[in-house]
Design a protein around this ligand. Structure first.
Ligand code: AHR
Length: 542
């Protein structure tokens, strides 16, 4: 039931309203041939809203949307950590113990639930002992994955946990299975978590932290099918069984063990891991990036794109639903009780780097298109909440589809950040089944639903509805019949902009930001929402 907003109920061919629009355009064109066309008619026809319908089952209940679905990923990559989070205590940029105050405030505001660290590919070459103790004595290494730059290890274990405390997030530490030993892993777990007077726990105290930290999630390698060691799934399954044995937090503590999951549609990987090692982990983590240009060699510009690129990007984003559905089907076979989660600990839009920036730093701008893609993914994760219990967008600051971008002492909140802000009420809410019937948005040989939506009820009983209008050229009217509840009021916010590629720059940081939404009304259990073209709307129903 929780996955009931299936793609099948969103694929109905042109509804009568949309057919009417098409018919009016055709009539206008025909009249043009006869020399009597009124251009305004054609314009009005082209801009007429599409009509979508939904039934929201407020009388039913689905799974809890884990707050960790709103998780983040932060790797030693480019300016993600250094400059983006950590500037050092002596920096002229306002900071708390070396962490940027502006970034901390922005992240606190959206209640980041968990941060995955230190990688990514970086994790499988990271040796934790190099990042503890006096900063001046930490070794300088070369970041071989990301630009070959010097890594001075100024941000290590104590800085990571200090930073989590400042933003109020839980920990997710990825262990080194590529070049690290089981002993290193076991020692790091003990150093972080032990309340004892062991030599490692005393070393942590000597380094300034008396109380143990909490290790909430432990990643067992990263992309072991690729940068983490180019392993076959059979080999990685054995590695996993071996290394996970030594994840031993103290009595009374548990650490959720996250295994390297499949690369996009590698269903064989999931099959082998579920068949051979499912007892050794608590979650499998899928990686799937949306490549707007279609492949790794042609990712495409973040800011310069056509409507064809727009629809291709959103269609590729919607593929997340198919991937989750198929991996879940394999997992259901081995684990019908759904003990093991299917997390998505790397996802997002991966564009070409900003012109002029270091290609190894993966710095990209972030437009309204990124915001819609983020909202679509979050809606998909909600619908799969019975199995998807954590997701970590890549990456939190200055890298890929970031929440915030920094330049010197300046900071901008990206359109993606605003989606995370608008969706906050979904963290920990209970999914409500929603049947949605939206006409397709057609362009350039692609067909995707024009409207996507997701609903949930929070602990206070308030119903939240998130709606995306994917069509950049048409407003939409969504009529929602609410079964089992009679809300008397509705309020919310909308995120949109005049152009598909609108973005927030350091000179115009508020070009794309949410504003109060006045386009919804509820009466006698029926909600009617007038959605602007290319928009994200989040509503509260009281
Ligand atoms: O997020 C950037 C990189 O993408 C990560 O380091 C790696 O895991 C993935 O390939």
């Amino acid at each position: 039931m929780e996955s009931s907003t299936s793609s099948s109920c969103r694929c109905r061919v042109i509804s009568s309203d949309r057919a009417g629009v098409v018919g009016r355009i055709a009539a206008a064109i025909w009249l043009a041939g006869s020399g009597t066309m009124v251009a305004a008619d054609a314009m009005a026809a082209a801009q007429a809203p599409v009509a979508a319908q939904a039934v929201l089952h407020a009388d039913q209940t689905g799974p809890t949307i884990a707050p960790e679905i709103y998780g983040q990923f932060s790797e030693h990559l480019g300016r993600g950590i250094y400059e983006g989070i950590w500037v050092g205590e002596d920096s002229a940029i306002a900071n708390t113990r070396g962490f940027r105050n502006d970034v901390i405030a922005a992240l606190r505001h959206i209640h980041v639930p968990v941060v995955r660290w230190p990688g990514g590919c970086f994790a499988d070459e990271y040796h934790w002992r190099q990042g503890i103790g006096a900063r001046t004595e930490r070794p300088v290494r070369v970041n071989t994955n990301w630009g070959g730059v010097e890594e001075n290890n100024a941000f290590g274990t104590q800085e990571y946990f200090d930073f989590l405390g400042l933003i109020g997030a839980r920990s997710y530490v990825t262990m080194n299975l590529g070049t690290g030993t089981p002993q290193e892993l076991a020692d790091w777990v003990e150093y972080i978590t032990s309340p004892s007077r062991s030599t490692l726990a005393q070393e942590r105290r000597k380094n300034g932290h008396d109380a143990p930290w909490k290790l909430d999630y432990v990643g067992l390698g990263n992309e072991s099918w690729g940068c983490g060691g180019n392993m076959r799934p059979e080999y990685y399954a054995d590695m996993l069984r071996h290394y996970s044995t030594f994840v031993r937090p103290p009595a009374g503590q548990t650490a959720n063990r996250v295994a390297v999951g499949p690369n996009a549609d590698d269903y064989h990987w999931t099959e082998v891991l579920m068949a051979n090692a499912a007892g050794s982990y608590d979650a499998l983590a899928l990686h799937y990036y949306t490549l707007p240009g279609g492949d790794w060699l042609h990712k495409g510009s973040a800011r310069e794109f056509t409507e064809g690129d727009w629809i291709r990007t959103l269609a590729a984003t919607l593929r997340m639903d198919e991937l989750l559905t198929k991996h879940e089907a394999i997992m259901d076979h081995y684990d019908p009780a759904r003990r093991v989660a299917l997390d998505v600990d790397e996802w997002g839009l991966w564009h070409d780097v900003e012109p002029g920036s270091n290609p190894g730093f993966l710095y990209q701008q972030n437009t309204l298109r990124d915001a819609l893609a983020a909202a679509l993914n979050l809606n998909i994760f909600h619908r799969h909440a019975a199995r998807v219990r954590m997701a970590n967008i890549a990456q939190m600051v200055n890298v890929l589809q970031a929440m915030v971008l920094t330049q010197g002492d300046k900071l901008v909140l990206t359109p993606t950040y605003h989606v995370y802000d608008m969706y906050q009420a979904f963290q920990g809410a209970t999914l409500l089944p929603l049947e949605l019937d939206a006409p397709p948005y057609l362009h350039d040989g692609h067909s995707i639903p024009s409207v996507d939506a997701s609903a949930a009820r929070d602990a206070a009983g308030v119903i939240h509805l998130a709606i995306v209008n994917l069509d950049p050229g048409h407003a939409a009217t969504l009529t929602v019949k609410i079964a089992g509840a009679q809300p008397h009021g509705v309020s919310g916010r909308v995120l949109t902009a005049p152009a598909m590629n609108a973005f927030n720059s350091f000179t115009a940081p508020t070009a794309v930001q949410p504003v109060a939404f006045g386009g919804a009304a509820v009466h006698s259990g029926v909600l009617i929402v007038s959605l602007p073209a290319k928009s994200v709307v989040v509503l509260d129903l009281n």
